[in-house]
Design a binder for this molecule. Structure first.
Ligand code: 13P
Length: 247
């Protein structure tokens, strides 16, 4: 069984206008020859322009969310098919900012994941516990429950990744200890193998939450960590490249 190919994905969240395309180009130039796949997930309206700006580079462009339907009367939403049409190759689904802020349940995330597969866009499915859940000793149960509920059977044989993002580590500068990260990543791996047999061994499990150039090497070399989903530190080429080079 081949080891998962690592993936470093930048989640720009609601940051970035056309003025930021230069930063994306600097990332693409610096990431040539990276020891894994690199992606930038800008706001949806920037995907097409970024995909054009990065054409010919190895850096992929991704979305941050997609609707579970392919088209229809859903004001303000974007379908996975539209993301693909704009040039997105990947899409982040079930980020905690969507689970919390927009009440996305595991069922909704699973439906969105099916939509991404229909559109040929590779899903990055996010899971993660809150601080209260961790303090209550529920982290593993919460995370493995989200993996079971958010990853549909249709993922069998398809390219996808899971991102473990402890909610309390996002944008806070706090990170779990390495044993805590490894414990959760191993539990996710075991759950993936339960769900998808051998195919469950090949999906990278990304870590996300306050990944910076200074802590990237330690995190990226931890057991069962197959890359990173990076928020704040992906907005500046220098910082993001520092993380990519730690692979
Ligand atoms: P930060 O890297 O800013 O903590 O954000 C992590 C995240 O939410 C990536 O999806």
């Amino acid at each position: 069984m081949t080891a998962p190919t690592p993936l470093i994905a930048g989640n720009w969240k609601m940051n970035g206008t056309a003025a930021a395309l230069g930063e994306a180009k600097a990332i693409a130039e610096g990431a040539a020859g990276a020891a894994g796949r690199v992606a930038i997930c800008p706001p949806a309206v920037l995907i097409h322009r970024m995909a054009e700006a990065l054409a010919g580079s190895s850096v992929l462009v991704g979305g941050q969310d997609a609707h579970w339907e392919d088209a229809g009367a859903f004001t303000g939403d974007t379908s996975a098919e539209m993301l693909a049409d704009a040039g997105a190759k990947l899409v982040i689904l079930g980020h905690s900012e969507r689970r919390d802020g927009y009440r996305e349940t595991d069922d909704i995330v699973a439906a969105k994941t099916r939509a991404a597969l229909r559109a040929g866009v590779e899903p990055i499915v996010c899971v993660g516990e809150t601080l209260a859940q961790r303090k209550a000793g529920e982290a593993l149960a919460v995370v493995t429950g989200q993996v079971r509920g958010s990853l549909p059977a249709e993922l069998a044989g398809q390219a996808f990744s899971v991102a473990y993002e402890p909610v309390w580590a996002i944008g806070t500068g706090l990170t779990p200890t390495m044993p805590e990260i490894e414990e959760v990543h191993r539990a996710i791996r075991a759950t993936l193998v339960e769900q998808f047999d051998d195919h469950g061994k090949t999906a990278p499990i990304l870590y996300g939450g306050s990944v910076k150039p200074g802590n990237a090497a330690e995190i990226l070399h931890a057991d069962e960590v197959g890359g990173a989903l990076v928020g704040g530190a992906s907005l500046k080429a220098e910082d993001f490249l520092g993380i990519i080079r730690a692979l």
